[in-house]
Design a protein around this ligand. Structure first.
Ligand SMILES: [Zn+2]
Ligand SMILES: [Zn+2]
Length: 764
């Protein structure tokens, strides 16, 4: 007989780890106990040496699907403690040491029961167990038990209660455990909100098959669904939702249905089928624009709840591929409440498939893709949050407020950074409200007492104002936007020391009071230096130009000394905007790569307006066709105040000349992207002679052609290149950089002499 103590570090809380340990110990006839500790899980085991060895092996090999075992520390103990059974003990340490599991798709065992006519949960849309089901979306408070979740109102029936207390059951200590007798129920309502008699799933399927639009309540929010194969229905949905162009995501019944629409690699199939069930961005089989997506890619997911599985199951007929788009009013967060949906979607939805389990935490679908075999995030939300990102520094008490348009925040505890779910644009009052509620919820759930706040340098961002409202006497750091992007990519890769950042995005306030967005910085978490940028673009009418991108085209033409008549604007508008530019009144300057893309796209496509942020860069990328001959436009730089600035004018002249010459749009688009890649590498060669690792961040790097082109060229030139893989390169991931900078800049406990900057003293 031997006795050992094991400490397991990693993501081992809130993922069914202790019940797993319990079952494992029983199987191997080991006695002892397990409990959560701040660092993970601790246990003591007693039994024959061979069985203990088997336990250690199985620990990592058989761990629950979402557990991440990072470290296992084993200490031999002297003598026997005389344990007679295996017990789960109360958590050690103060509250808030636990992690909460993301919402997970049904596990194989639950799927078997769902399809088994003899099972008491046959076709039950809320089936779950310790390995699967809703988690984050139903938690209100800690500790995580039923009374503090959406399941509080559903009292377990004797059968469910027996499972809950039976260690041999898959539902041992499964907080959302339920069945048709005691659990939530689904129902179908017509357009007037009147409940319809009959099987709600069958009613919804019939409505979808008839081309109707159905609101479907999922895990973290309500979707609008329609038959993706019915163009008329899709266009009607676009019209009613006022979403003319932005690509729509689809939910496919199974992998076969996905493969009919898209090309799917093995790794992409794994991602689609993972219990996190994100929307995966895939290459369309037919790259031509269609009602679902105007570019060559499509976001696809597999059903992520039992309800969606039943809905997309076409054994009884009906469509097996459904458009699934968040149900929200323009600019507002996704709806979560039944009454809100019935009111807000009147005239939009023809029917409602809802249920009576409340959603505590609003959480949109995640959007991911694979790049060079690595995961990259476009939106890190359902299935991933609220799992932390582990960083090498102590982050305790740090609260990072993020940016504004693609807002998300992060709170720190120990080495864990907890980035929030996707929030949205804070300029919308409801979204700001959601941001505040979600922040309060995170602070509660993770037991974080704020010690310092960190926000963007922009004084008018609602996230900045929120920081100011909350900070009180605590330190507040204001961090320049692109420095935060750079730090985010460094932290994403656990990089210490200095880096060279290529930070390209839409807009962020610079330290000189102008708008930046085509930046080349050198720095670390303590400080940075702006080394290079691009020639500023005048934005006639400010924000109006980000929607009416024809104005940016006109600005580029004027700057390059070309005929303003080439701008895709009505002639009266051309005169008005040209006058604005001459007086440079109401024309903020932006050295922004995102705006350059908008302007160039407007010139090529002859399109004066966009309907969603990032449309220009995305569609310019989509214009490139494989096999097109390459071409380069001139790359010129100017030195101004020590800053090496890319001159956009020769590029604009080259593009306009090619347009007049009738060169194909595909060739011009590729030429622009290749030229910008060459420009980036040239800047790096000149400005990064120290050969610091290069980090690429900012929303422009959603453009894969650029990401690939710059990465490959830089590596060929001998530079180590790091990209994002744990958070998004866009503004959503920026809070991670703010957190890392705050960890470096703020005084830690026990250090007195580090100067603490007041709220009035911006960092840069
Ligand atoms: Zn299950
Ligand atoms: Zn029950």
């Amino acid at each position: 007989m031997s006795r050992i103590r094991i400490e397991i570090h990693g993501i081992v809380q809130g993922v069914g780890f202790r019940p797993f340990l319990h079952r494992l110990a029983r199987r191997l006839n080991l006695t002892g106990w397990a409990r959560n500790i701040p660092a993970g899980v601790e246990l003591e085991l007693e039994g024959p040496g061979q069985a203990l060895e088997a336990f250690r092996t199985a620990l990592t090999r058989e761990a629950p699907p979402l557990a991440v075992v990072e470290e296992v520390l084993v200490t031999p103990l002297a003598g026997s403690a005389g344990y007679t059974d295996f017990a789960i003990r109360p958590s050690a340490g103060t509250g808030g040491d636990t992690l909460i599991c993301p919402d997970l798709a049904p596990c194989p065992a639950c799927l078997r029961e769902l399809a088994d006519p003899t099972d008491r949960r046959y076709r039950y849309p809320f089936i779950n167990c310790t390995d699967c089901g809703p988690r984050f979306s139903i938690v209100r408070d800690l500790p995580y038990d039923r009374a503090r979740t959406s399941m509080a109102g559903f009292v377990m029936c004797p059968d469910c209660d027996a499972e809950y207390h039976d260690i041999e059951s898959r539902r041992y200590h499964a907080q959302p455990n339920c069945c048709p007798v005691c659990g939530p129920r689904a129902f179908f309502l017509d357009a007037q909100g009147k409940e319809q008699p009959g099987d709600p799933i069958a009613l919804a399927q019939a409505a979808l098959a008839a081309g109707q639009i159905v609101a479907v309540k999922g895990t973290g929010g309500i979707h609008l669904a329609c038959d993706a194969g019915n163009d008329e229905a899709v266009l009607r949905l676009r019209r009613r939702k006022n979403r003319p162009d932005k690509p729509l995501a689809v939910l496919c019944r199974d992998l076969d249905a996905v493969c009919r629409l898209c090309l799917v690699s093995e790794a992409e199939a794994d991602l689609l089928e993972s219990p996190r069930r994100p929307i995966v961005l895939l290459q369309k089989r037919n790259p031509a624009p269609d009602p679902l997506s105007a570019n060559d890619r499509l976001g696809v997911m597999l059903p992520y709840t039992p309800l969606h599985i039943l809905l997309a199951d076409t054994s009884a007929g009906g469509p097996d591929t459904l458009v699934m788009t968040s149900a929200n009013l323009s600019g507002c967060p996704v709806m979560v409440d039944n009454q809100e949906a019935l009111r807000g979607l009147a005239g939009v939805a023809d029917g409602f498939l809802l249920h009576d389990r409340p959603i505590q935490n609003r959480c949109d679908d995640s959007l991911v893709g694979l790049w060079e075999g690595q995961l990259c995030f476009y939106r890190r939300s359902r299935g991933y949050v609220p799992q932390p990102v582990t960083l090498p520094w102590d982050l305790t008490g740090l609260v990072a407020m993020g940016a504004e348009q693609k807002a998300s925040f992060a709170v720190g505890r120990g080495h864990h950074a907890f980035p929030s779910q996707h929030i949205g644009d804070l300029k919308n009052a409801e979204t700001l409200d959601h941001y505040r509620t979600a922040l309060d919820r995170y602070l509660t759930l993770f037991g974080v007492w704020p010690a310092a706040f960190v926000c963007d340098l922009h004084p008018d961002f609602f996230s900045t104002r929120e920081a100011e409202a909350r900070v009180g006497a605590l330190p507040l750091l204001r961090v320049q936007h692109h420095w935060a992007h750079m730090a985010a990519c460094m932290a994403d890769n656990n990089l210490e020391g200095k880096a060279f950042g290529i930070l390209w995005d839409g807009t962020g306030l610079g330290t000189d009071g102008t708008i930046w967005g085509g930046e080349f910085l050198t720095g670390d978490y303590n400080d940075f230096e702006r080394r290079g940028s691009i020639r500023p673009i005048l934005l006639p009418g400010g924000d109006a130009a980000t929607v009416e991108i024809g104005r940016i085209a006109l600005s580029l033409l004027t700057d390059a000394g070309l005929d303003p008549g080439d701008a895709p604007l009505p002639s009266a508008k051309v005169r008005a905007v040209a006058a604005m530019l001459r007086q440079s009144a109401l024309c903020p300057r932006a050295s922004s790569m995102g705006r350059l893309f908008d302007g160039l796209y407007a010139l090529i496509a002859g399109c004066g307006k966009t309907s969603y942020e990032g449309q220009g860069p995305a569609l310019l990328e989509a214009m490139v066709r494989p096999g097109e001959p390459g071409r380069y436009y001139p790359v010129a730089f100017a030195l101004a105040d020590g800053l090496r600035v890319f001159d956009t004018r020769p590029l604009v002249r080259g593009v306009v000349a090619d347009l007049h010459r009738g060169i194909s749009h595909a060739a011009i688009a590729r030429g622009i992207l290749d030229t910008l890649c060459r420009m980036a590498v040239n800047q790096c060669a000149v400005l990064n002679r120290e050969k610091y690792p290069v980090v690429l961040s900012g929303g422009v790097f959603f453009n894969r052609y650029l990401l690939t082109g710059i990465t490959r060229r830089l590596r060929r030139a001998g530079f180590p290149v790091l990209t994002h893989h744990r958070v998004s390169p866009g503004d959503e991931g920026l809070c991670l950089g703010q957190l890392a900078i705050a960890a470096a800049r703020l005084p830690r406990k026990g250090e007195q002499d580090v100067s603490c900057r007041s709220a009035e003293d911006p960092l840069h």
